[in-house]
Design a protein around this ligand. Structure first.
Ligand SMILES: *[C@@H]1O[C@H](CO)[C@@H](O)[C@H](O)[C@H]1NC(C)=O
Ligand SMILES: *[C@@H]1O[C@H](CO)[C@@H](O)[C@H](O)[C@H]1NC(C)=O
Ligand SMILES: *[C@@H]1O[C@H](CO)[C@@H](O)[C@H](O)[C@H]1NC(C)=O
Ligand SMILES: *[C@@H]1O[C@H](CO)[C@@H](O)[C@H](O)[C@H]1NC(C)=O
Ligand SMILES: *[C@@H]1O[C@H](CO)[C@@H](O)[C@H](O)[C@H]1NC(C)=O
Ligand SMILES: *[C@@H]1O[C@H](CO)[C@@H](O)[C@H](O)[C@H]1NC(C)=O
Ligand SMILES: *[C@@H]1O[C@H](CO)[C@@H](O)[C@H](O)[C@H]1NC(C)=O
Ligand SMILES: *[C@@H]1O[C@H](CO)[C@@H](O)[C@H](O)[C@H]1NC(C)=O
Length: 440
């Protein structure tokens, strides 16, 4: 497939996606997030879970952070040692219903107000539900919202506006402020915080989501007049200008900023350069194999690595090829995608990216995304691989990210991938890591 860079415009390619993806808007399936969709039933989420976070503190660095935040003068030798080293930090990613999305605690303002935000490598705006959000139901559920009026450091950016639309047809809009934002324990003093005055119904239906943190590679935000993104402001503070994502099947995951944790993966990282002029985390994959079928398909397919998308959206011929290996699977117009009998074991998917022989295996059990019992079909399940509806690139969302340790290396314009221990345990089936004969 030809890659047409002109398609990716600053005005957010999700707008384009929503135009050419009518099936998604019509899709009644509520747990699917494309681009992002925040629909989470409030099912027992507790604040205690958040306080139990796996945040790891580094004493001296924590001290420096506080010093910076409150303007404390530090002995010069101490600050030189540490500021050269830079900051690192971890933040927990809390799985939400059926791995539809992960939410992470972020503190905004002074005194700090904690919100649960969805980290999204497929967009660049940091926006939140706030006391300014007028949409009915915005404060329902357990959602924690931002109160700029209670923050001594919040300053409105007079005249600034933003509107963002995502691939699933959801949207949000409002005005912008600056305030201090602390993410993974790293304080960004004068960050742009976009306060939603209005959000779409789908956003409100998610009763936990506090907003989004955009972490796209080099995409400007939707704020007008332009204001720096959190990535712009955070990267210079980090020990290394990168972050790592370690999501897991049906349990908590971790975002790590400024460092790579060698013990979180096995073997070596396989590094894949970003495509030229990438605004998203866009790379190419060059090999594709289904289960233990004997052929690899070799070609070049551009793909965006996107924490903000639940599923894997692939070029339609690859999707068709996959479900040919799933007996009795079918494309359902009503569900807007491929479905299959729930008692059918799905084949693993193997994908390679470079020429170093490394490939990622996505377990079939992960591709069994969820039951359709709530839609009156108790025997069929919804596939975790669906069509990209003709986009010029695939989107590897959370189903992929659960299968691999991923480094988003801004400084070197590349993505790193490595194997990790997978925690899933469905029916005792284990993913087979086989590399079949390669075809020309
Ligand atoms: C996270 O996954 C576990 C295991 O499936 C589940 O029990 C828990 O309810 C999930 N968390 C949320 C908030 O949905
Ligand atoms: C939120 O709560 C209000 C008032 O209790 C209710 O009318 C509304 O339907 C709720 N909205 C949603 C999206 O649950
Ligand atoms: C923004 O507008 C408010 C009210 O008009 C004013 O008090 C404030 O000083 C303005 N802020 C800036 C940064 O111009
Ligand atoms: C980011 O994009 C701008 C153009 O919008 C370009 O000038 C700059 O070089 C890009 N930076 C990186 C790191 O790719
Ligand atoms: C904070 O950033 C805004 C632009 O985002 C800028 O107008 C303002 O001067 C900055 N304030 C400080 C104290 O750096
Ligand atoms: C990792 O890379 C090093 C250096 O290139 C090499 O010696 C080693 O064999 C590699 N390890 C694995 C597990 O591939
Ligand atoms: C799945 O269940 C159906 C009945 O609902 C049965 O006909 C079929 O043989 C089962 N398939 C497998 C692979 O167990
Ligand atoms: C697929 O997922 C559904 C719902 O989670 C589960 O009931 C079913 O057993 C799974 N199928 C297989 C083959 O694991």
């Amino acid at each position: 497939m030809m890659f047409n860079p002109a398609f990716i415009v600053k005005a957010s390619w999700w707008l384009g996606l929503s135009v050419i993806l009518p099936a998604v808007n019509a899709n009644p399936f509520p747990q699917l997030k494309v681009g992002r969709r925040g629909i989470v039933p409030s099912n027992g989420f507790s604040v205690a879970t958040v306080h139990n976070s796996r945040f790891k503190a580094d004493g001296p660095k924590q001290f420096l952070r506080s010093a910076r935040k409150y303007g404390i003068q530090m002995p010069q030798q101490f600050t030189e040692t540490l500021s050269n080293k830079g900051l690192t930090g971890d933040v927990i990613a809390l799985n939400q219903s059926d791995d539809q999305e992960w939410l992470s605690p972020v503190e905004i303002g002074n005194p700090p107000q904690q919100l649960l935000l969805d980290f999204d490598t497929g967009s660049s705006d940091l926006w939140v539900f706030s006391s300014e959000t007028k949409t009915v139901g915005a404060t329902n559920g357990t959602r924690q919202i931002w109160h700029p009026e209670l923050s001594t450091t919040a300053r409105r950016l007079n005249g600034s506006k933003w509107t963002i639309s995502y691939g699933d047809g959801s949207y949000a809009m409002g005005g912008a402020w600056t305030d201090s934002v602390t993410l993974a324990g790293i304080a960004v003093p004068n960050a742009t915080v976009e306060s939603a005055t209005s959000v779409s119904r789908a956003m409100v239906t998610d009763k936990v989501l506090g907003g989004l943190v955009g972490l796209a590679y080099n995409l400007t935000s939707q704020v007008y007049p332009a204001s720096p993104t959190l990535m712009d402001q955070m990267l210079p503070l980090l020990d290394q200008p990168l972050f790592a994502v370690d999501l897991h099947w049906h349990t908590t995951g971790l975002y790590e900023f400024g460092k790579i944790t060698d013990t979180a993966f096995s073997g070596n990282l396989s590094w894949i350069p970003l495509n030229p002029k990438a605004e998203f985390w866009e790379i190419n994959f060059n090999g594709f194999n289904i289960g233990d079928s004997i052929y690899w398909l070799d070609s070049v397919w551009p793909v965006i690595v996107d924490t903000g998308t639940t599923l894997m959206l692939l070029q339609y011929d690859l999707v068709d090829a996959y479900y040919k290996h799933v007996p009795n699977s079918l494309y359902s117009g009503r569900m807007g995608g491929y479905i299959f009998p729930c008692n059918q074991t799905l084949p693993d998917l193997h994908v390679s990216f470079g020429n170093d022989g490394y490939f990622v295996s996505i377990p079939g059990a992960y591709i069994n995304y969820s039951s359709l019992a709530a839609y009156g079909d108790p025997v069929r399940c919804y596939g975790g691989i669906q069509s990209n509806e003709g986009l010029p690139f695939a989107i590897f969302g959370d189903i992929f990210l659960k299968s691999v340790y991923t480094v988003f290396d801004h400084g070197n314009a590349r993505v790193g991938l490595a194997d990790k221990a997978l925690n899933w345990n469905e029916g005792g089936v284990k993913a087979k890591k086989v590399r079949p004969a390669k075809t020309a």
